[in-house]
Design a binder for this molecule. Sequence first.
Ligand code: FUB
Length: 720
Amino acid sequence: MKRNILAGLALGLAGFSWAQQPTISTKYTADPAPYVHGDTIYLYTTHDEDDAENFKMYDWLLYTSTDMVNWQDHGAVASLDDFKWYDGKNGAWAECVVERNGKWYMYCPIHGHGIGVLVADSPYGPFKDPIGKPLVWQKEHWNDIDPSVFIDDDGQAYMYWGNPKLYCALLNEDMISLKSDAMQLHDVPEHYQEGPWFYKRNGKYYLAYASTCCPEGLGYAMSDNALGPWTFKGYVMAPTPRTRGNHPGIIDYRGKSFGFGLNYDLKNISIKEHKERRNVGAFPLSYNADGTIVESPYFQDVKVEPIGTFNPFRKVEAETMAWGYGLKTVKRGIEDIIVTDVNDGEYILLKNVDFGNKMAHKLIVSAASTVGGKAEFHIDGVKGKIIGTATIKSTGGDDKYKEFQTSIAAVGGVHDLYIVFRGAKGKNLFNLDWWKMTGIPANYATLEKVVEDGGTGKYPAVMQEISGLEAHTVFMPKDLSQFNEQNPLPVLVWGNGACTNSPWEHFKFLNEIASHGYLVIATGYFPKEEKPYNGEMSKPEQQIESIDWAIAQNSNKLSPLYGKINTKAICASGMSCGGLQTLYNCADKRISTYMICNSGLFIDPSIAMPNMPMPGKDQLKSVHAPIIYILGGETDIAYNNGMDDFHRIKDVPAFAANYPVGHGGTYRQPHGGEFRFPAVAWLNWQLKGDQEAAKMFKGEKCGLSQRKDWKIEKNQLIDK
Ligand code: FUB
């Protein structure tokens, strides 16, 4: 039944933008009684049952927020059962709550049976009846509803109430007994109907109220005295044809003012039916210089902007949300609340979630399930980017909770978060208790290793696994303080031999390059050991991700690499299959040079190697920057392919260097062995403009030709 009601409702509001929706979406609520204490808004409400045809009200609910848009459901904090002197079943009408001397007092009208009082040591309850009888009992008096209690600066507490008559009484300091009789005010403010909201601001007294039917709006009066006389001042929110009932609550919070009221916007029933399934809504409120209130447009025409951000790096009760599309919240056990009625396509929205200078790293979801399903975490829209998906398997029952963990992509900054549920249609996929992200500082090295002695270059380097950069290994100088816009780090992106998804075979060579002042981003997982990686092969796109990441770091103020990267000096490079990945990506215009190691495009077009990119020789037309081939001599299986590439390249400077070591190269030797000399010199020339380094390649007797055992070839453009 409840499923049909709320899912139907949400669907009925398909054209609604979130900003216009009621504050509470998983239950029908009315009669808002907000109270600010410390940094939190405590929003007490009444509760219309899902199947209410008329007033069907058994308990009083509590919601809390610190930003006015994301609200945590605390469920019922009091109910008719708390009043032992009342043996009826219905009538939990509009309450209000105030705090005095560390105790919380809830004034609860029971329709037709007077006004009771409950007390608690905390705003969350438990609330207990301290007097065992009604606080206000005039007779079987249907007008004794809607108490509003305010404690004046001199310590005197007042209670206003009534419909359509307006009453006031003074309370004793104990807050649970009356100091005066109930006084009927004969000078009732114009348009007064019910739901008084009594408060004081800047020395003036205010009485806001539901204005006379029909439709009802929110009127208000002002006075210089707590007991009046009251002067009608206008509307906080004028009645409109969309209004069908109201009841105000007004607060100041964090330098702003807000009004609350009720509407029927969650459902689509006609006014004639008048079913009492109402919804608390909020709206921004402001005052004129003379203290009068600026009239607010109707709920759907205003927007409450978040006045704070939401921290996801903590245990978040699942019933905390700005909006729950099609969802229900129910009590589990004595204190816990869970989200249930979770169907395919439904979602939780949290506004203004601050991922700050942290990268979300790990996501844990506590859920119970019979059928299983998925919770997709999207940012900025139901169809926005997915940052993580928790797969929730059957736990053996809808009340058996387990924790499900997944990794989550880097986010950073402030976003709206949509937790979208997926699974079999028409079933409650799971019940959700809580979720939690763990965050680590942006670009934090989750693993770090000093390779050998850090390298022979001027800048001892480290090898790192970095949060938010999945399936890549980064090498960079340990001390980044020497790098800036004047002395930026050029970039080398690397693909591995055999397209393996870890640079386990090349890390000494790559670390050595980094030690000469480079940011090296290798495809694949951090090699914890120098032994073959057995997981799935890498993809050429990982090199592009490396380039994207480097460029993003340079403009990310939260990154330690911010402003330290030369994004116009990028070498794409790789060994064997990684060289083919490089040539596969060669058209990328961000690449400023290439270094192809023990590799070359296959001469024989009929050869197809599984999971390896195999572009034809035509691909060389896309090579648009200087290129060097570093090969292992004639015994290198890539020798013929690499030299054939080299001979075909005419339009850009091209150099071929052969060292008689075979296909494996010298990468695993200390500091990457002999291959490091042409590699570092090429990079220094191409990416740093180092003319000394250029001598390794330029001129008739270029440096590399003079090094023992190297054989070189070059096209004419090298010497220009
Ligand atoms: O919610 C029950 C009654 O309806 C309240 O006491 C009145 O203010 C009206 O909202």
